[in-house]
Structures are given as C-alpha cells and as structure tokens.
Design a protein around this ligand. Sequence first.
Ligand SMILES: NC(=O)c1ccc[n+]([C@@H]2O[C@H](COP(=O)([O-])OP(=O)(O)OC[C@H]3O[C@@H](n4cnc5c(N)ncnc54)[C@H](O)[C@@H]3O)[C@@H](O)[C@H]2O)c1
Ligand SMILES: [Zn+2]
Length: 367
Amino acid sequence: MGLIQEIPVYLGTRSYEIVIGSEHLSSLGSRIRSLDIGTDAVLLSNRTVFRAHGKPVTASLKKAGFAVHPLTVPDSERSKSLAVLGKLLTELARLQKPGRCLFLVLLGGGVIGDLGGVAAGLYRRGIPCVQLPTTLLAQVDSSIGGKTAVDLPQGKNLVGLFYQPRLVFEEISFLRTLPDRQVRSGMAEIIKCGVIRDSVLFDRLEQETIVSLRADEKAMAWVIARAAAVKAKTIEQDEHEKKGIRTILNFGHTVGHAVEAAGGYTGFAHGEAVALGMRVASEIARRMKVISKQDADRINSLINRFGLPAHIRGVQWDRVWNAMAHDKKWVRSRNRWVLPTGIGRCTVREGIPEPVIRAAIRTYWEE
Ligand SMILES: NC(=O)c1ccc[n+]([C@@H]2O[C@H](COP(=O)([O-])OP(=O)(O)OC[C@H]3O[C@@H](n4cnc5c(N)ncnc54)[C@H](O)[C@@H]3O)[C@@H](O)[C@H]2O)c1
Ligand SMILES: [Zn+2]
C-alpha cells in the first residue's frame, strides 16, 4: 500500500474527504463504515469497469459488513439520460426493503458519477453516495464538487443538481487499465488546475510526461492530489457557482465546449477540446496583454508535452461560433473568459472584442 493523501473539502455540514492512494481498496469498506451512511451498498458501474475493478471493491465492502447490490448501465454518455435515470431510480425502489438503508457507490468515470449523483440526490430526496472515480478526468474533476447532471436531447447536463458525495475514494491503480488517450484527456484538466491556481503543480508537470507518470504511481498520486486540491479549494469558496469564483474552473472550456458540441461529441475527447480551449484563451490573454508572451508560451509548451492537440480540425467555424454564443455560462450575451495572467493565476473578463476572439481561434484553426 502506497502513501495515502487526504484532502478535506470544507462545506459545513456537507464536508467530506478526498482520499487518494494506490492499492488501498482494502480500506474502502471500513472507511465507509465509519461514516455510518447505511447498510446496503448499491454499486453502480458499467460492464467494462465492473469487470476490470468490481471484485476488490465488492470484497472490501462485504468485509466491512455491507450487503452489496451491483447494478450496471451501458458504457456510454447515452446513459446520462432521463430514461436510464428512471430505470435506476426504479431499481433503487425495488431494492428498498424494511431494515435496509441504501447508499450508492459510484464506480466509474464521469458518466457513472454524474448519473449516479443525480439518482442519489433525487431518490427519497437524497441518499448518501460515495464516488469511486476510475478515469483520470473523474479523479481530478467530475467526482469532486457535487455537480451532477444528465443530458436532454436539447443539450448536455441540462437536468441536474448540486449534491455532494459523502466520500471521494481515489484508487490510482484503477488507471492502469485506462487507455492512454483517456489519460491524456484527464491531463488537460490537471494542466488547467496548474495554470489557474497552482504554479508548483505546473512546474512539476514541466518535469513529467504521460510515460513518467504512468510508470510512477506515487508521482501520479501527487499530481492528482494537487489538482484535486485546486478543485476542492475553489468549490469551498463558491459551492453553488454564485460568486464567480468557481468560474475559474471553466478555463479552456468556452472554446472547449463549443468545439465538442460542434463535433457532435464524437471528434475530440473532452480534455482534448479543453486543451484547445486553453490555447485559445491564453492567446486571447496575450493579445489583451494580461499575460506575458513567455508565460503564454509555457502554457502552450506544457499542453504539447502531454500530447494534446494543437489544431482545431474537423468542425465548421459557424458551428463553433454559434455554440460559443449559446454557452450557458455567458452572462446576458456578453462573452466571458477565464484568462491566465501568469502561471498559477487567472482572471475573469467579460466583453472581449470579437476580432480578438476570432484571431485567437484562427491561430489554432486548421482549414
Ligand atoms: N460533474 C462534473 O463536475 C463533471 C466535470 C467534468 C465532466 N463531467 C462529465 O463526465 C463525463 C465524462 O467522464 P469521463 O471522461 O470519465 O468518461 P466516461 O465515464 O465515459 O469514461 C470514459 C471511458 O473509459 C472507460 N473507463 C472508465 N474507467 C476505466 C478504467 N479504469 N479502465 C478502463 N476503462 C475505463 C469507461 O467505461 C468509458 O468507456 C461527461 O459526461 C461529462 O459531462 C462532469
Ligand atoms: Zn472539463
């Protein structure tokens, strides 16, 4: 068992821990037991992940005295639908028996975490849930902070709620089975955290590569913990995204979301799109003279170092532009950008002149 790191998330009565380590699954059951959140664990996953990692999770829960009810949903973003959510809620009601107190354990990437989070928040007006993220993206981002949602045909993440987990338990060895492309995609969110709030993390990433991190789980755990801490600190200051602080986590996402949407969510992986978005936002920052050329270049070089894309391709300009204009985070149709002001620092700016935005996108546009 490797070094275990614990990051507290202080949210008053909704506080919880993010526990990060390698080969520490045996302690999962007893940790949950100490939280006193129920008798029966409903273990939600998909078949891919359950086959790879379900066994030791189930064993740890059983050893701690919990009954375990495994449930799987199809391995696809399409599981974030009202139809699958309805089935899941019905299944929870079916499992409800006298003397049973249910809680959810969400074993998977962001899809499972988001779907299961909504179900936990809605069923009986809320039952406890534990996030057991298995993708890098989920470990540094989606499992932390309590944003949960499912999709509608009209758009992604349109139906959801803020609902905090009772524990985020991160097992680094889950990542051994994760394809490289998924790891790179998650790295984009880690780079984001370094840029917006943690220059020490950024400096360290400049010394690492995907290969070095995959080969050294201690190094990977350190990097994940730093990024998770950035997310935790940010949401502590603005849990419900009301004060404009949580907005900084959106660095790279203005263009990122637009590129993803324009490609019908089939071209770029989320982190790949965010990487392009970070390049464009850094270019805007440089043109607006809020960051030095040298720091903007460092951000770009780090994105290159982790093998993330350098060109927006395979999408139509008008689609990207329209998707951006419809971004639900833009305030009263004024464009809004998270711009880096240095390494580990950023600012939120509204009303950037359109020619500056167009020129910055063109810098990375491949015809
Ligand atoms: N709630 C939030 O704050 C938040 C933040 C960011 C993203 N999201 C959401 O997260 C989702 C994307 O999450 P994701 O990138 O984790 O995708 P995902 O959940 O679809 O997982 C990606 C793929 O990896 C597989 N997989 C997962 N863990 C694995 C492992 N250890 N080994 C091998 N394969 C594994 C999955 O089965 C899936 O095929 C999107 O729906 C997005 O909207 C939510
Ligand atoms: Zn993201």
